[in-house]
Design a protein around this ligand. Sequence first.
Ligand SMILES: C[S@@+](CC[C@H](N)C(=O)[O-])C[C@H]1O[C@@H](n2cnc3c(N)ncnc32)[C@H](O)[C@@H]1O
Length: 202
Amino acid sequence: MDRVDFFDDLASHWDADEVADIDERLQRVVSLSRISEGESVLDVGTGTGILIPHLLGTLGPSGRIIAIDISSEMIEKAKAKRFPPNVRFLLASIENSSLPNEYFDRIFCNAVYPHFENKQRALSELKRLLRSGGTLIISHPIGRERVNSIHRESSSIVAEDRVPSAAKMRNILEEAGFERAYVIDEPEFYFAHALKPRANRI
Ligand SMILES: C[S@@+](CC[C@H](N)C(=O)[O-])C[C@H]1O[C@@H](n2cnc3c(N)ncnc32)[C@H](O)[C@@H]1O
């Protein structure tokens, strides 16, 4: 079994297994991200698309969402929710997406960062895809410790996948070339936010 099989197997019961107040937690992620109407957003590791309704609530019909995932089963579940045509799905890894340079105003990685196999490559791709001054969000709405413990007790495929501490995450983001990184690391909520530096104007 590989990572794709692992997430394919989770797809049928992913929504039912969510914590009862997941919508409030996702809404907090979106509020903290400060997205605005009409923006272009990438939802990385969209899964069954649970973040999408919250994004659409702010982006409105003029916004655009591309939702990417490695699991075809997850994407099928998300597509079955019949989102409007400004939401498009892509079956690919963020590490090799072939999406165009500087296309997105904001990129959300909700409950997915620890699962990237090559994190340096993933972050470099995320930076390539963001417009200058664009925002990267890495969130775990149930909190770092809870995610890490779920992974530890799960399949060997994800057992070592860890959400980093706030200090570690700030370093990771700065080393990857992002700036103004800040991290909220509460017992039941984790939210990291950083900017792609603006291109120098001569
Ligand atoms: C823990 S689930 C979270 C799904 C969704 N974001 C949510 O919050 O419910 C992680 C998702 O990320 C996807 N994923 C893992 N590695 C990925 C990668 N390199 N590129 C894109 N998606 C990935 C998995 O297939 C899975 O659907």
